[in-house]
Ligand binder design. Sequence first.
Ligand SMILES: Cc1cc2nc3c(=O)[nH]c(=O)nc-3n(C[C@H](O)[C@H](O)[C@H](O)COP(=O)(O)OP(=O)(O)OC[C@H]3O[C@@H](n4cnc5c(N)ncnc54)[C@H](O)[C@@H]3O)c2cc1C
Length: 406
Amino acid sequence: MHTSVLVAGASLAGLRAAEQLRAAGWTGPVTVIGAEPHMPYNRPPLSKEALAGKASFESLAFRPRASVADVHWRLGTPLTAADLDRRTVELADGARLSYDALVVATGTRPRRLRCPGPLAGRHTVRTVDDARALQRELTRPGAHVVVVGGGFIGCEVAATALALGAASVTVVDPLPLPMVGPLGPLLAGALLKRHERRGVRFALGAGVAGFEGDERVTGVALADGTVLAADVVVEAVGSVANTEWLDGNGLDLSDGVLTDGQLRVGGRAEVVAVGDVARFPNARYDDVPRRVEHWSMPADTARHAARVLAGQLSGTGAELEPFSPLPTFWSDQHDFRLQSFGAPSLGLGDVRVLDGDPDGDVLVGYHREERLVGVVGLGGAEVAARVARFRAELTQRVRPLRSSLS
Ligand SMILES: Cc1cc2nc3c(=O)[nH]c(=O)nc-3n(C[C@H](O)[C@H](O)[C@H](O)COP(=O)(O)OP(=O)(O)OC[C@H]3O[C@@H](n4cnc5c(N)ncnc54)[C@H](O)[C@@H]3O)c2cc1C
């Protein structure tokens, strides 16, 4: 029997893992198993261009590289269990497969609000099917839309809903500012003003107590007693890692799959985790494991994990340098962009304007122990190039910060 690699999860991280295994020299069989019936596709446009109707949902499919033409895709059937000692997995259709190496790439799903009230009219945005269903509702003229959650996806969906002609869009969040957790008050305040100037309303400082309506949602009741009329509700309140299928293997699954500094899982040389589901220490900063839900991370984690596995499978692997990626993300909202390099959330205690003005285009630096750990730009499309100029400074040293300051 051939030595085989099984990739669990057929999205960006699963695809990149297959591609990077080939790039790392692994020529043996690779099978990718996915819960969704679709080949891997790009998620960021689901809250932006595709939701707005500016790009077709069909155009979001990734074009796999020629190197993965012989990879076997088993789609539409989730994994339900794994026995890491026996190196086997089970699928929802009853199939049991064995592997020599396993890549965990099962990503996340939206967290749901557990408040009383009807479900109809309430949406989340993670899959292409979610976005199609939401688009049908947002394109009905005159909808009153309430977005619960002022994070990245909530802010993006709010902007898109307004562009699609909603009569009103209100973002609800118990925190005092949108995106204040990852960005801090300086940029979050600037963001709030920009959204308000373009017509988005905010109900901040109070959480959701329940949903009104009999068969379908007609309103959102807040903890402070306010009731917001709503034809459509979007719940954008964070994510939950898809790890249940790994239960019973003694792993730390408290927030995603805990890995070591080489992305290995549970001390096993033949199991790695990649993408949104992986909780790994980044040697660039400290030894605290964290999940990083940015589009760039599937490629970065897959490149490193594939080298680890290819070395293990061929028996030639030397210990690699610890994984130390430079995180990066962008977010398009209305006619402006947020672009980030580094880890701003690690430097929230020391935030300085590097260039510009929060009321216009601005670059903000995040520092820890006097070291620049992240830069975020807010402005027009050209802000990405301006932030990228700090890349060299953000990558020049891999000097761990004190982990006690996480
Ligand atoms: C609406 C939206 C907008 C975004 N916008 C941005 C952006 O502007 N900028 C940015 O940097 N990032 C953005 N992101 C984040 C980025 O898309 C993610 O970081 C990326 O998709 C993570 O890829 P992944 O493969 O790790 O996980 P996922 O994309 O979650 O894929 C995991 C796959 O595994 C499958 N799966 C789950 N459980 C099982 C199982 N038991 N068996 C088999 N398969 C399973 C899932 O169905 C899914 O297909 C956005 C995400 C969303 C949802």
